[in-house]
Design a protein around this ligand. Structure first.
Ligand SMILES: C=CC1=C(C)c2cc3[nH]c(cc4nc(cc5[nH]c(cc1n2)c(C)c5CCC(=O)O)C(CCC(=O)O)=C4C)c(C)c3C=C
Ligand SMILES: [Fe+2]
Length: 481
């Protein structure tokens, strides 16, 4: 093959007449490829449809590799180069792997993906401090992140030359550990912390007056033991995927792209979702062994999502950029699992207010029966104790507010004192944390025996999550308009 622009044996061959560049940012060929697109309820506008189409016409990382076994030596050479001819592409399409792991959640849409998207199995969340003070540099970074996010969520490497097709004497543009992995329903959700707007009393990036009123500094809650290295951050990125390596690869490459402009402040891995966000999903279990997410808001609850999760338009003009967005609350909650494991089943169920087996309310019925908080047992006491978690967290006790929970289990080794450092990385999306998080957290921290005796909050963050990105736009574009 001739035409290697970088002059090394493995370099890209010239694109043949049947190939077409899809864009400067990704350098990936149009392929009529095999990636299945998951219809995202969040991505419901025209841009999303276009994105879905773009996603479906792109070749995923694994689609590319599968061609090696289909198109023979020519295809392998093309594969190594990242450029494929028409015949090889047609053969590859015929042999396409459209298994669930290939599924793509569209990146573009009215709302960002990763909020009502059915919760994937794995999480890697990272919060960054922005180290540059240059507005142009920040905007450029957000544009570069948008391009990289679009590429990775469609199962493609970052940059024009990816992991193996760049100059031999330069670091690759993509780190490569996801080369042979499918998109795995990767979603990347971006949010802005208070520190992006002002630091030490001074406005940053020309954003004077643009900090939304709802982006408060969270108060100290009773029992909080927050570690500075696990708290705050100017920008957060939530990566969720059904493959941990895909999620970690995404955060790593976004951090790499941000080198010199942002610095990772904290990051958290999560290994098992603790919420279902769609009625099609089975309710998972947290590390206390209880079903978690039964009475969560679900993607099917459109009216409730409008009422409790999405920021409405019509707020102050300076906050209009948040319309269609949401607020992300992140709390790293350490669970005293060794104490829990020595607690009787009766007490465990009383602390939660539901049965451990099927997750039914202690007032009776099955998992999805409405709890009857007034129903008393033979002793006259309510069957769901007054200090049960589900009673105190129920909308009836919280001025009717609801939240969309999207947390993950975590285990980060041990604490050096013979205990696992394990817990629940609580993530919730709400339209306004002042009404939809702070009062409930205060009530739980004061009166919920589960919280007081078995939990410790060790990290915290609150982020304004702007609405979805339109094709050709960039993350948070409205804020910089
Ligand atoms: C501030 C909000 C909440 C925190 C923090 C929180 C932590 C937390 N929760 C569990 C276990 C369960 N929570 C359940 C229900 C539930 N929890 C919250 C809020 C917070 N939880 C709400 C709003 C609800 C729903 C209440 C309702 O409407 O009925 C349940 C029951 C199953 C379910 O409905 O999801 C469990 C179990 C843990 C272990 C934990 C911290 C580690
Ligand atoms: Fe809870």
């Amino acid at each position: 093959m001739s035409g290697c622009p970088f002059g090394h044996a493995d370099g890209p061959a010239a694109a043949g007449p049947d190939t077409e560049r899809t864009g400067e940012d990704t350098g990936v060929e149009r392929s009529g490829g095999s990636t299945a697109v998951v219809t995202s309820p969040e991505a419901s506008d025209g841009g999303s449809a276009a994105s879905a189409a773009a996603g479906s016409s792109r070749m995923s990382r694994r689609g590319l590799l599968s061609l090696a076994g289909v198109g023979g030596a020519g295809a392998v050479a093309g594969l190594a180069a990242g450029f494929l001819g028409h015949d090889a592409l047609a053969a590859g399409a015929a042999a396409a792997d459209t298994s669930a792991g290939e599924a793509v959640v569209p990146f573009f849409g009215d709302h960002q993906a990763g909020i009502t998207t059915p919760a994937q199995d794995r999480l890697h969340m990272a919060a960054f401090d922005v180290t540059t003070e240059d507005r142009k540099e920040l905007i450029k970074l957000l544009k570069d992140w948008t391009a990289a996010a679009e590429a990775m969520t469609t199962g493609n490497p970052t940059g024009r030359t990816g992991a193996v097709d760049g100059p031999y004497d330069a670091p690759p543009e993509d780190t490569g550990e996801a080369l042979d992995l499918p998109a795995a329903k990767l979603t990347l959700t971006f949010g802005f912390g208070a520190g992006l707007f002002e630091k030490d009393g001074k406005a940053r990036f020309g954003l004077d007056g643009r900090r939304p009123e709802a982006l408060i500094d969270l108060p100290h809650f009773p029992g909080d033991d927050l570690q500075p290295g696990r708290t705050g951050g100017d920008i957060v990125i939530q990566a969720c995927a059904d493959d941990p390596q895909v999620a970690v690869h995404a955060i790593r490459n976004l951090a790499r792209i941000g080198f010199g402009k942002v610095r990772v402040r904290w990051s958290q891995l999560g290994f098992g979702r603790t919420s279902s966000t769609s009625r099609a999903q089975v309710t998972p279990r947290n590390l206390f062994g209880f079903k978690d997410g039964t009475n969560n808001l679900k993607v099917e609850d459109n009216a409730l999502l409008d009422e409790h999760v999405w920021v409405p338009s019509g707020t102050r003009p300076s906050e209009q950029w948040m319309a269609g967005g949401s607020y992300l609350v992140a709390r790293r909650i350490q669970m005293h699992i060794e104490i829990w494991d020595r607690t009787s089943l009766r007490e465990q169920e009383g602390l939660i207010g539901r049965t451990k087996g099927v997750g039914a309310p202690l007032s009776g019925g099955d998992e999805f029966t409405t709890p009857d908080f007034a129903l008393a047992g033979r002793d006259g006491d309510p069957l769901i104790p007054l200090d049960a978690h589900v009673r105190l967290a129920h909308p009836d006790q919280n001025a009717g507010v609801r939240m969309l929970r999207r947390g993950y289990n975590f285990t980060d080794g041990s604490d050096g004192l013979g205990h696992l450092d394990a817990g629940l990385f609580f993530i919730a999306f709400v339209k306004d944390p002042r009404t939809h998080y702070v009062p409930m957290q205060l009530a739980l921290a004061k009166s919920d025996t589960l919280s007081v005796e078995y939990l410790k909050h060790t990290g915290s963050g609150l982020f304004a999550v702007p609405p979805g990105v339109r094709q050709g736009g960039f993350i948070g574009e409205g804020l910089f308009a």
